[in-house]
Design a binder for this molecule. Structure first.
Ligand SMILES: Cc1ncc(COP(=O)(O)O)c(C=O)c1O
Length: 475
């Protein structure tokens, strides 16, 4: 790359060339082994005499910042000591306060020095189940010269074939009956939710969220200037009678409450929709992991029950495929479609086209369905093992929250247990077990304490061994 050197203004030119190159080496923009431009070429581009550059290079060499090799020119010295000069840029700007309120708490999982031996981290799928070969072949097929994509921007709503595939997919699997025109492709659920916020919220509006709930979504709403109010949940889901009258948006996870794991009951769903109609509020249904349902018949989505056009459905492929592909989607009422597409255009113009086309291929060829069936069998076994072991081996210590979907389980800690949940998480980390407290997902002061155990990152053997170890830690 060209190194930017400025000779504007006054001062000795050799000195200034030397300073700027030395700075680049010390702050790491130029790394050990990187070549410096030939002195003749640099002199020509700066319009100075070659000797001016040569003198600067001599100083760098004398200080040990560079080395030379005959015939190969000047390099950054392999042994350069970058720790010599700490450099900080001045900073006069401060972020708006929502950022300071962000919710990383003291009982976050402690950083593991090494990868956790037993990773019960919540919210991650098993990367080993990802259909890697098909994905690679599909991408490489799309990147072949004959498939060259035009160098223009694509449709902000998402490519038509993907939107059509998504519409078929959710219509079949979740009775979210819609057409390609009702779908906006997003970078994961997180962007879908923030597009909705952009479209619906004015600063100061009240947004009701489940408490406990998913912190990044709360932070996102707060970043738009919303007044985010936590609403308690019970075994049936969000407590509708506790919703603030002022709420214009209600965010919830009806298929698998995050993080507790129960499904919202049919009665509660109806009650919530009636409340939304009476209060002219929007309801966001975050269906982040409903592909993985074990045993029970799926409950009707809020979207499919909605007769008033108040529900916005948000889906993601972060659990069903892989979080790094950043693919999600929003299905809203037709009245919001144009605004959602405009918001997507403002945000990032459109999602990566190659990934969109690859995902469409996976959906259309049935590869996705096959993968989900396979992954679901693996997760069902883990879910069964984890819940049965928690019941069998943690009697009187942990009380499992009944749940038959998703990639994690929650369990309340018996108040008579000597160790706090935070201490358990800390002690577990020392033994190579990664898990989280329920408390860290609360917005209000937690009324109970407990643990959340994900099973995307740990196989059956790991579950059995990890729980044996955990039992010793708790008792
Ligand atoms: C409840 C909930 N909603 C949304 C998301 C965000 O998913 P995405 O990766 O699609 O942005 C997650 C991810 O963990 C989640 O747990």
């Amino acid at each position: 790359v060209d190194i930017h050197i400025s000779l504007d203004g006054v001062g000795d030119r050799t000195d200034r060339i030397y300073r700027q190159l030395a700075d680049a080496i010390i702050d790491g923009r130029l790394r050990p082994g990187d070549p410096l431009p030939a002195s003749r070429a640099l002199a020509a581009s700066l319009r100075v005499a070659r000797n001016t550059v040569v003198a600067a290079y001599d100083r760098l060499l004398a200080e040990g910042l560079t080395a030379t090799r005959v015939g190969a020119g000047t390099f950054v010295s392999p042994t350069v000591d970058r720790a010599r000069v700490p450099r900080r840029r001045p900073s006069a700007l401060q972020p708006r306060p929502w950022w300071r309120d962000s919710e990383e708490g003291p009982d976050d999982p402690p950083d593991m020095q090494t990868a956790a031996r037993f990773d019960f981290q919540v919210g991650v799928p098993d990367a080993r189940l990802f259909p890697q070969d098909v994905w690679r072949r599909t991408l490489s097929h799309l990147l072949r010269p004959t498939a060259r994509l035009p160098a223009t921007y694509a449709d902000p709503a998402g490519v038509e074939i993907l939107r059509a595939a998504l519409a078929r997919h959710v219509a079949l699997s979740r009775a979210v009956v819609c057409t390609a025109d009702d779908v906006v492709v997003t970078s994961g659920a997180q962007q879908g939710l923030s597009l909705i916020a952009r479209v619906l919220l004015r600063p100061g509006d009240t947004v009701a969220v489940e408490d406990p709930g998913y912190p990044p979504v709360r932070e996102m709403f707060a970043s738009f200037g919303a007044d985010v109010v936590g609403v308690p949940v019970d075994a049936s889901g969000i407590r509708v009678e506790a919703l603030p009258d002022s709420a214009t948006v209600v965010y919830c996870t009806p298929s698998h409450q995050f993080p507790l794991g129960m499904a919202m009951t049919p009665e509660r769903r109806i009650e919530l929709l009636e409340w939304a109609s009476r209060h002219r509020a929007a309801v966001i249904e975050d269906d982040y992991d409903s592909e993985f349902r074990f045993g029970q018949r799926p409950l009707d989505s809020l979207y499919s029950l909605d007769r008033a056009g108040r529900v916005i459905y948000v889906g993601t492929f972060s659990k069903s495929l892989h979080p790094v592909i950043r693919m999600g989607f929003v299905v809203g009422p037709p009245s919001l479609q144009e605004a959602l597409v405009a918001a997507k255009r403002l945000d990032d113009v459109h999602s990566d086209l190659v990934t969109q086309l690859a995902l469409a291929a996976l959906l259309d060829t049935g590869t996705f369905a096959t993968h989900v069936r396979r992954a679901k069998r693996a997760y069902a076994r883990r879910h069964a093992l984890l819940s049965s072991r928690l019941v069998r081996d943690f009697d009187g210590v942990l009380d499992v929250v009944p749940s038959s979907a998703g990639l994690h389980l929650a369990a309340w800690l018996d108040p008579r247990t000597r160790k706090s949940s935070a201490k358990i998480v800390q002690d577990a980390a020392l033994q190579g077990i990664r898990l989280q407290t329920i408390e860290r997902f609360y917005r209000a002061a937690p009324t109970r304490s407990g643990l959340v155990l994900g099973f995307g990152g740990v196989d059956e053997r790991g579950i059995a061994e990890g729980l044996t170890l955990l039992r010793r830690i708790i008792r």
